[in-house]
Design a protein around this ligand. Structure first.
Ligand code: ZN
Length: 358
């Protein structure tokens, strides 16, 4: 099922319920901890169950001081991203330095000068977590390229990816990276407990809308960064103008619009904190809004409403949920702001985005 018309965006992908985790190869999480293990019976259990609850028990047994969130003292390097057997493409290409090399080969651009991998920080944070994220490979429903399934207890989960088709174009790789960034934000929310009780007074379903709003902000920033580079120069004009001029093979129309909306929401929120949604009263057209279209789809998908709402109704729903605006939209805006290309200050030479390739 997808609720809002853009079949290839991550937003169109129904969140699978956690029953899907059972399909994961059982060794996936066991292999990771085996080297450090001195709790053989739990490991055996973990090997057969392969789930997060057991991982948590193993961590406790190995000396985690405060349960799932406790980092073991004296553990030099934590590696919490685990590749499931069969995730060969991801193991080879998903780590940010590897993906950068892939994109360099295809685009002829140079990592660090015209682009950087937008999920680098998320990847590092997930690696450093005490909670495991399993990367699995295979068909993700609805033709999407990546999808995060949180574990039952909301700690960690599985990032499922569909590898890009053979010989992908630079545009396809950029699309893929923006989607992965969105899903890794969900993974980070999961390992940092954003689905859990400390997020009250939001209901669980409202938390899911909030996590989407955060992921949208990060995704929009990622798409923009891949399209434009890490920074832009004043001489290029205002960001809202620059956005409109980015060639179509560098950013899709959907993400261009989403980035534009986040940029406008950001300026409204900066003007009057807490009033981001006022952007829809003037600057942003409700009917054209990709953000509201996506929210409408998720409201239906998570059964917060009984029929697919219009964008206007989605806006009304958000206006009635100040906690979702605060924890979801405003955090999404902040993520967009900090992760998008930044205005260069000073005299530094402007790295030019090269002419479109292929
Ligand atoms: Zn999402």
């Amino acid at each position: 099922m997808h609720a809002h018309g853009t079949g290839r965006t991550p937003a169109a992908v129904p969140r699978r319920n956690t029953a899907d985790r059972a399909a994961l190869p059982a060794q996936a999480s066991a292999g990771h901890r085996a080297g450090a293990a001195d709790a053989p019976s739990l490991l055996a259990l973990q090997r057969s169950a392969g789930n997060a609850a057991v991982t948590w028990m193993v961590q406790r047994a190995l000396g985690g001081q405060s349960g799932a969130h406790g980092r073991r003292q004296g553990t030099p390097v934590q590696r919490s991203i685990v590749y499931a057997p069969g995730a060969g493409w991801a193991r080879t290409n998903l780590p940010p330095d590897r993906f950068a090399a892939l994109l360099e080969r295809v685009s002829g651009e140079k990592a660090g000068s015209t682009f950087s991998i937008p999920y680098q920080k998320l990847y590092d944070d997930l690696q450093a977590s005490s909670i495991e994220t399993v990367v699995a490979e295979g068909q993700v429903s609805q033709g999407a390229r990546a999808h995060f399934d949180p574990s039952i207890d909301g700690d960690g989960g599985t990032l499922r990816i569909t590898q890009p088709e053979p010989n992908p174009s630079a545009a396809q790789l950029r699309e893929f990276a923006a989607t992965v960034t969105h899903e890794m934000q969900h993974a980070l929310d999961s390992v940092t407990g954003r689905f859990k009780s400390q997020e009250k007074p939001q209901t669980m379903k409202e938390r899911r809308i909030s996590t989407e709003l955060r992921a949208f902000g990060r995704e929009a920033a990622a798409a923009l960064k891949l399209a434009l580079g890490d920074s832009y120069d004043k001489s290029q004009g205002k960001l809202s103008t620059i956005l409109k001029g980015i060639p179509g093979d560098r950013i899709t129309d959907e993400r261009r619009q989403l980035a534009y909306e986040f940029h406008m929401l950001d300026s409204y929120n900066a003007k009057t904190p807490g009033k981001a949604l006022d952007a829809f009263d003037g600057t942003l057209e409700v009917k054209r809004s990709k953000l509201l279209e996506r929210v409408a789809g998720y409201l239906y998908q998570y059964e917060l409403v009984t029929a697919i709402p219009t964008s206007g109704e989605a806006l009304k729903w958000l206006r009635g949920k100040p906690e979702v605006v605060k924890k979801g939209l405003e955090e999404g805006i902040a993520l967009f702001h900090s992760q998008r290309p930044q205005l260069r200050v000073g005299e530094a030479a402007a790295p030019q985005v090269p002419a479109p390739v292929g």
